[in-house]
Design a protein around this ligand. Structure first.
Ligand code: SF4
Length: 432
């Protein structure tokens, strides 16, 4: 009997990616076959964090409908939740729309509503699951969902609800049961500060337990939110960083470097406070790469405020920024305060975004160069460039290692490397 095939695609954050991985696992467990050419079912996990993200999800839906008219389209995630809440889903050419509340039942709903009856995988175990993370020895583990912060620009708490965390014991067991081919676990959360909000457990205890009770060589946090970098975190970090299991990468979404804008965003911290914490991370670990997300063109952001953000980022130990242009999301606090505060024009937003992207490129190059001469473990990816295989250093910087004789380095393997050259924006190294 021909197996029903499916394809899945995820927009947005690493939590979405972790959810997609879980969906793939369940689809495989239910004997659906992965097919990236002409699947029977196309699952889209959407993001709604900006208007652009929502637009891209719509575009993909229409493209799939046009290119694969026979394929059933299943849509879930934050945009799906937003469309259902606002009764907009009926206008889209989809076969099944599932909101975030019911996302865990996505596979069951596909079987029931779209009338598929595949059998459970005979051994109840899924092998050979493929995606770009698993293929390079990395597993995404979702530790928490939802958010209680209600930052004024953000729609996520309305779409993902109050925080819900997995129990530390469950997470540790999940990681212990991963195949030995997994060399890095990425712990993903909507807001790491909200880990334990409902269960009373602590984020730092989760990290301690994962390091103490599992054997995965690398442990990484997808993002660590500013409120999680507390005294307690530093106590943990001073003790556990020397064990060399934590990936030296900090993605700390700060959103602005101007105190006025941070206050309008209701972020609850000042730029100087956070700067001090980031500096301490660098004192404890100078090879740590610190990255951030920043929004330009928020309400009432003047040239002077932007200059504050620019100068903050220029002088801070942050070496890489993801820049977003502010877009109002319906029903958020920013949507209401927009009635009395001026929003910068598209030209202003574009100009500010360009300036920050250029600054980020400059700072990232300087940071890459500062890694020359260092030795580090490297986790190899599926990607190649000319005769090199791409890998990730212990701080997640990409590095290229000669892959000759042809194909001698396998994706998903962990090896020690010396960083020897920085050329045309790329680091090169050799296995030691
Ligand atoms: S912390 Fe703020 S930006 Fe992040 S999900 Fe929660 S409300 Fe949104």
């Amino acid at each position: 009997m021909k197996k029903t095939s499916y394809f899945s695609y995820s927009f947005g954050c690493r939590v979405n990616e972790a959810e997609k991985e879980e969906i793939d696992r369940k689809m495989a467990l239910n004997s659906f076959k992965f097919d990236n050419e002409k699947p029977d079912i196309y699952i889209i996990n959407t993001c709604s964090v900006t208007q652009k993200a929502e637009r891209e999800a719509r575009q993909l839906i229409y493209r799939v409908k046009k290119d694969l008219p026979e394929t059933k389209i299943v849509v879930t995630g934050c945009s799906a939740t937003y469309w259902i809440k606002n009764n907009l889903h009926k206008t889209l050419p989809i076969d099944l729309m599932i909101d975030n509340v019911n996302k865990d039942f996505l596979v069951e709903l596909i079987k029931k509503r779209l009338s598929y009856a595949p059998e459970l995988h005979p051994r109840g175990v899924v092998k050979n699951l493929k995606n770009k993370f698993l293929d390079s020895g990395r597993a995404m583990i979702k530790i928490q969902d939802g958010c209680q912060r209600f930052c004024s620009f953000c729609i996520v708490p309305y779409l993902r609800g109050i925080p819900h965390s997995e129990k530390i014991k469950t997470l540790v067991t999940k990681i212990q049961n991963l195949p030995t081919s997994i060399k890095e676990v990425i712990l993903t959360a909507i807001n790491t500060e909200a880990f334990g909000y409902d269960s009373g457990e602590k984020f730092t205890n989760l990290l301690r337990n994962v390091i103490d009770n599992t054997k995965v060589p690398r442990i990484s946090f997808g993002s660590i939110h500013p409120w999680s970098i507390s005294e307690e975190f530093f106590d943990f970090y001073k003790e556990y960083q020397p064990k060399n299991r934590l990936v030296n990468f900090f993605h700390v979404p700060l959103q602005s470097g101007s105190d006025k804008i941070l206050s309008l965003m209701k972020r609850g911290y000042k730029s100087s406070e956070i700067n001090e914490k980031l500096r301490l991370i660098k004192v404890l670990n100078k090879s740590a790469l610190i990255a951030t997300d920043v929004i330009v063109g928020f309400l009432d952001e003047t040239d002077r405020d932007f200059e504050g953000t620019y100068n903050f980022l220029r002088d801070s130990p942050i070496s890489k920024f993801h820049v977003f242009r502010f877009s109002k999301r319906t029903k958020t606090a920013a949507d209401y305060i927009a009635k009395r505060l001026k929003e910068p024009t598209s030209e202003e937003k574009n100009k500010r975004s360009k300036a920050l992207i250029e600054l980020s490129q400059k700072k990232q190059s300087a940071f890459m160069e500062s890694n020359l001469g260092r030795k580090s473990s490297v986790l190899f990816l599926e990607k190649t460039f000319e005769e090199y295989r791409e890998g990730l250093l212990d701080n997640q910087l990409p590095i290229y290692i000669p892959n000759t004789p042809y194909g001698c380095i396998e994706a998903g393997k962990l090896k020690n490397v010396k960083i020897i050259e920085y050329k045309n924006g790329r680091l090169f190294g050799k296995i030691v």
